[in-house]
Design a protein around this ligand. Structure first.
Ligand code: UD1
Ligand code: CA
Length: 457
């Protein structure tokens, strides 16, 4: 098989995004655009992938790490100039080179493969991936001759009135014979409306050398969309979201309303899990089977065990066991580890805490920096007083403890196995196992005192 290489163009600032963040790093469903492109390319068999970086080079590299080699384009003089920067790495190679823009995150590896196939079948030196659209504004137009063969590409800003009406656009993805590409790049000029070296000019240059140039039109314009501004970004997000949600639904996940369910590209979800509307599932989250998520739950880098329910709640960077019931309106903050069959009810905040199997905090509690054992009942209003203004301390609550309502546990403190804390206590000293601890003022009833005060007639 012919050797294959890939060049990904990602050096531009992306002026039209009007952003501090470099264009190709804007996420689509949680993953930077350029990473979508690199990941799709990596599904093909390629010898080497070279990403051309410039604006935000270090940040782009830090996102892609070892997924690609890099070359730096110091000045952004155009897409042809960008590709030329890869000459040092790929210039001597024989084979086929796929060139793709870092701002077209929706092009699938299947379409790239189809383009490569077309290129080889037509024995072409260059093949451009094109698409048909009713809104070609901003895109380069593909000019075909009377026989329907590709002649050249004209950038939107360079089009005349006739050319502007053409609805077949250049998607910015191409296959080239590697040697022909680097030779032709030497001949590209910047004599055009933008004063840039245009990569698509290579098509016309090779055509004029009587080489075979070809175009492969894909049926799905959506896939080829270039993201140049925030309007296109939201459109790309919408298309990607639909793709992701359909993937999960085909895998046995019920998504009640896929248009209002926001699942990042990297998420794994088990079958028979139901996702209710308004749920946002981000980062490296994994959800096991038979769960119910939402409505309106937000999960970020969370691991959710089988059969768990997370209703109208936020879970961040935490692990939730099997058959756990969370919410509505709970907040599970980072580094929490909630074991099987726990119940966390409304208005409960958990932070950096272990909650042992079968324990409950059903209402209005704050449990932070705590190690809670199994079958513990944390009554309504239980609070771990973990912060003295300077440092955080641990509260340890052993198995089978009952914490009465409205109790403060002032850390560092340990409540021994099976102990019972009376409601309204402020516990400042360790409580031995199996004992009852009452730490509140005694109630005094002063009979007939109201009459003595003479407040009533
Ligand atoms: C480009 C094509 C256009 C095509 C469209 C498809 C050119 C001249 N035009 O236009 O025909 O219809 O893509 O989406 O190629 N880049 C660099 N270095 C540079 C310039 C750009 O690395 O000097 C990178 C950008 O980061 C971006 C990609 O190349 O990822 C495309 O550049 P962009 O400015 O978005 O080109 P378009 O105007 O969209
Ligand atoms: Ca673009």
């Amino acid at each position: 098989m012919t050797n294959r290489f890939a060049i990904i163009l990602a050096a531009g600032q992306g002026t039209r995004m009007k952003s501090k963040l470099y264009k190709v790093l804007h996420p689509v469903c949680g993953k930077p655009m350029v990473e979508h492109v690199v990941d799709n390319v990596s599904k093909l068999t390629v010898e080497r992938t070279v990403t051309v970086v410039g604006h935000g080079a270090e940040l782009v590299k830090s996102k892609l790490l070892n997924k690609s080699d890099f070359v730096v384009q110091e000045e952004q003089l155009g897409t042809a100039h960008a590709v030329k920067q890869a000459k040092g790495i790929l210039g001597d190679e024989e084979g086929t080179t796929l060139v793709i823009c870092g701002d077209t995150p929706l092009i699938t590896s299947e379409t790239m493969e189809a383009l490569l196939k077309h290129h080889h079948e037509h024995k072409a030196k260059a093949t451009v991936l094109t698409a048909y659209t009713d809104q070609p504004d901003g895109y380069g137009r593909v000019i075909r001759n009377a026989e329907g063969l590709v002649e050249k590409n004209v950038e939107h800003k360079d089009t005349n009135e006739e050319e502007r009406k053409i609805k077949e656009i250049n998607t910015g993805t191409y296959c080239f014979d590697n040697q022909a590409l680097f030779q032709a790049l030497e001949k590209v000029s910047n004599d055009n409306a933008q004063g840039e070296y245009y990569l698509p000019d290579v098509i016309e240059i090779l055509k004029n050398q009587n080489e075979v140039v070809s175009a492969y039109q894909t049926a799905d314009f959506d896939e080829t969309m270039g993201v140049n501004d925030r309007v296109a970004l939201s459109e790309a997000e919408r298309i990607m979201r639909k793709r992701i949600n359909e993937y999960h639904m085909r895998n046995g996940v019920t998504i009640i309303d896929p248009t209002h369910t926001y699942i990042d590209a990297s998420i794994r979800i088990g079958s028979d899990t139901i996702i209710y509307p308004g749920s946002i599932i981000k980062g490296n989250t994994t959800i096991a089977e038979d769960c119910q998520i939402g409505p309106n739950s937000e999960l970020y880098n969370a691991v959710i065990g089988p059969g768990s329910v997370i209703q109208q709640s936020v879970v961040r960077e935490s692990t939730i066991g099997a058959r756990v019931d969370i919410g509505p309106f709970a907040h599970i903050r980072p580094e929490s580890n909630i074991h099987d069959e726990v119940k966390i009810g409304n208005f409960v905040e958990i932070k950096k805490a272990v909650i042992g199997k079968g324990s409950k905090a059903s209402h209005l509690s704050y449990i932070g920096d705590a190690d809670v054992g199994e079958n513990v009942n944390l009554g309504c209003g239980s609070i771990t007083v973990n912060y003295n203004g300077k440092s955080k301390s641990l509260t340890k609550i052993e198995d089978d403890v009952f914490v009465g309502c409205n109790s403060n546990l002032v850390a560092p403190v340990t409540v021994g196995k099976g102990a019972y804390i009376a409601a309204g206590s402020t516990i400042t000293k360790d409580v031995p196992g199996e004992s009852l601890s009452i730490a509140r003022a005694r109630q005094v009833n002063k009979e007939d005192y109201v009459k003595k005060l003479n407040l009533k007639n």
